[in-house]
Design a protein around this ligand. Structure first.
Ligand code: AHN
Ligand code: ZN
Length: 333
């Protein structure tokens, strides 16, 4: 190509791109390319969220039914009340893979409870009793501190609650802390493949009561392990099947807020998690924000179900990306 032809060629491409983008705007079709108008909203403090992670972890591992769980559950409920929410607790005995029965406790915080137009945020607050994915076999029966796999989601919800007290949103919000999520059959158990699935027991009894009571919310968002260093969040498979418009809205919002690096436009695998019960039993379309690590020993990250799941391995930048995205989603409703 001559210099002249080259210049003309580049000009033609530029003109085409310009026309293509104008076309998208003038038609105003709802597509991923459109920008969402942002309602002014408060700044999510990742430092407060980090404080709430530390406060939970200071109780030690909050294994379902333990004394640490009793104390930490009281702490979580008290913080929600302090931030102006109405708190309800639900208890049930759950049976785990080896037949052990444990008393489980879901903690539900309602903001603007009189508003019939509601959205739901949820996370589990219990800690896995066994670090069964640890490199060192000596730790396989040690409970984890669960800074990420437990405390992080609750911390984001607490900070969102604090912000909503300072500056009310239009929509009503339910913040649900599920107990007994992380009691699935340990990897070291011999009946690992034979026994039934005992993950997500707290969300199971919450969802059955929600269905029985006719509980309604427009949609739900599950926050699972939302603070790990190096985390990126792929579009989880079940979320895509049952609530794709919500996935698109959240990923679009994250991109607009400058957090695309944490929320890449990439599909992840299908994960058994609390959102399945919210979807299939309570009938509320619910997505799961859960990390996907493409390299390393676990797709959930290097600290997953290890004794390394501690506050030192939390990255406040990840908390900020998730928390600010959630905040903007809420104020935009
Ligand atoms: C499974 O490993 C099948 N699901 C992950 C659910 C989970 C455990 N989330 C946190 N801990
Ligand atoms: Zn876990």
């Amino acid at each position: 190509m001559t210099r002249m032809n080259q210049a003309f060629f580049l000009l033609a491409i530029a003109a085409f791109l310009l026309l293509a983008s104008c076309d998208g705007q003038t038609k105003g079709k709802a597509s991923m390319a459109d920008t969402i108008a942002l309602t002014p909203c408060p700044s999510f403090s990742a430092d407060s969220a980090m404080l709430y992670i530390n406060e939970q972890c200071n109780f030690g591992p909050r294994v379902t039914g333990s004394e640490a769980a009793q104390l930490c559950g009281d702490y979580i409920a008290e913080r929600f009340r302090q931030f102006g929410a109405e708190v309800e607790e639900q208890t049930a005995n759950v049976t785990i893979w080896d037949g052990t029965q444990l008393p489980a406790r879901n903690i539900i915080a309602r903001i603007n409870p009189g508003n019939p137009d509601r959205i739901l945020l949820c996370a589990h607050w219990d800690c896995r009793p066994w670090a069964d994915n640890d490199d060192d076999e000596a730790n396989w029966h040690t409970p984890i501190l669960a800074a990420n796999d437990g405390a992080s989601g609750v911390a984001v919800m607490l900070e969102v609650c604090r912000l909503l007290q300072q500056q009310p949103a239009k929509v009503g919000i339910d913040l649900i802390c599920f107990d007994a999520e992380d009691l699935g059959t340990p990897q070291w158990s011999e009946d690992r493949l034979g026994s039934s699935d005992t993950w997500c027991l707290g969300s199971h009894f919450w969802a059955e009561r929600a269905r029985a009571n006719g509980y309604k919310a427009r949609f739900g968002i599950l926050l699972d392990m939302v603070g790990g260093r190096g985390a990126t969040f792929s579009r989880e498979g079940i979320s895509m099947q049952v609530a794709e418009p919500i996935v698109n809205k959240v990923w679009q919002m994250a991109g607009q807020l400058g957090y695309r690096q944490f929320f890449p436009l990439r599909n992840g695998s299908h994960i058994t998690d609390d959102h399945v019960n919210v979807n299939l039993i309570a009938g509320i379309p619910c997505i799961d924000i859960i990390p996907y690590y493409s390299d390393g020993p676990s797709s959930f990250g290097p600290t997953w179900h290890t004794i390394q799941d501690t506050p030192e391995n939390i990255d406040t930048n990840v908390l900020k990306a998730v928390g600010q995205t959630m905040t903007q989603i809420i104020y935009n409703e």
